[in-house]
Design a protein around this ligand. Structure first.
Ligand SMILES: NC(=O)c1ccc[n+]([C@@H]2O[C@H](COP(=O)([O-])OP(=O)(O)OC[C@H]3O[C@@H](n4cnc5c(N)ncnc54)[C@H](OP(=O)(O)O)[C@@H]3O)[C@@H](O)[C@H]2O)c1
Length: 248
């Protein structure tokens, strides 16, 4: 079964487009009619995304670099957008809290929280006719990661969720909607090791009421609901797509 939305004429920017969820979302937005600009640091990967037809344009962009972010949004302006922005760039590292160097903590906040704000605010300044901003948060922004030791990631993702609420409220009168998806466990480069580890997979299955990790296509409904220009009254919300993980 495929979820559909009419995104004809919409210009979408997707960060984190060189792999995992961001790459998948490029395909979904393109299949539903949007003109997609794919952004990440690895240009060779992005060029493949374009060559495969999942995006119209590749823009090399480190989301922690404000000049790169300006260039990315300029590329969308050139095409008449941005109308949709998906903040899917992200990073995580396992380190026990007592052993986490402050630099590592700050770097995680920089990529996973500050850059989300930077992309959203730069895009919002360019959204003269309104638009939809979709932040990829995490179930680890709604609760602890324990027994996984990712204090910095949890702090950043929790920040993304409340940032989404604030920006949704602050920009509501401009017609800019801001929502977040909080995924459970999905296959990607970020989760490769967990998916290959039998013990970790057993833990995921035991703790997910649906009894398995998610498939990337199971995020499509949430993405298209938030991206669709018909969702005019939906803003400042976080939707956990997690097989029931946060319902426990
Ligand atoms: N997979 C899951 O189970 C899961 C669950 C909850 C939330 N999430 C969130 O979903 C989002 C996507 O993650 P994923 O699982 O798809 O992981 P992934 O496959 O590792 O993708 C991460 C993406 O972020 C990009 N990126 C990282 N740092 C960047 C930077 N400084 N500037 C620009 N791009 C950067 C990477 O591209 P380059 O290296 O080419 O720059 C890559 O495209 C993240 O926010 C993650 O926290 C994932």
């Amino acid at each position: 079964m495929t979820v559909r939305a009419d995104l004809q004429g919409q210009v979408a920017v997707v960060t984190g487009a060189s792999s995992g969820i961001g790459h998948h979302f490029c395909s979904v937005l393109t299949e539903n009619g949007a003109t997609v600009i794919a952004a990440a640091r690895r240009l060779d990967r992005l060029e493949k995304v374009v060559a495969d037809g999942a995006a119209a344009e590749a823009v090399q962009c480190d989301v922690t670099n404000a000049d790169d972010v300006e260039r990315l949004i300029e590329a969308a302006k050139y095409r008449g957008g941005p109308d949709i922005v998906v903040n899917a760039a992200g990073w995580a590292k396992d380190t026990p809290a007592t052993e986490t160097p402050l630099d590592e903590f700050r770097q995680t906040l920089e990529v996973d929280l500050t850059a989300i704000f930077s992309v959203a605010a730069t895009a919002a300044r360019a959204m003269s006719d309104g638009g939809s901003i979709i932040n990829i948060a995490s179930i680890l922004g709604l609760g602890a990661s324990w027994p996984i030791t990712q204090a910095a990631y949890c702090a950043a993702k929790g920040g993304v969720i409340n940032l989404t609420r604030q920006l949704g409220a602050e920009w509501a009168s401009k017609g800019i909607r801001v929502n977040a998806i909080a995924p459970g466990w999905f296959p990607s480069e970020l989760t490769d090791e967990m998916f290959e580890n039998e013990k970790a997979m057993g833990w995921i299955k035991r703790n997910t009421p649906i009894g398995r990790p998610g498939r990337l296509d199971e995020l499509d409904g949430a993405l298209l609901l938030m991206a669709s220009p018909t969702s005019t009254y939906l803003t400042g919300q976080v939707l956990a797509v997690d097989g029931g993980w946060t319902a426990r």
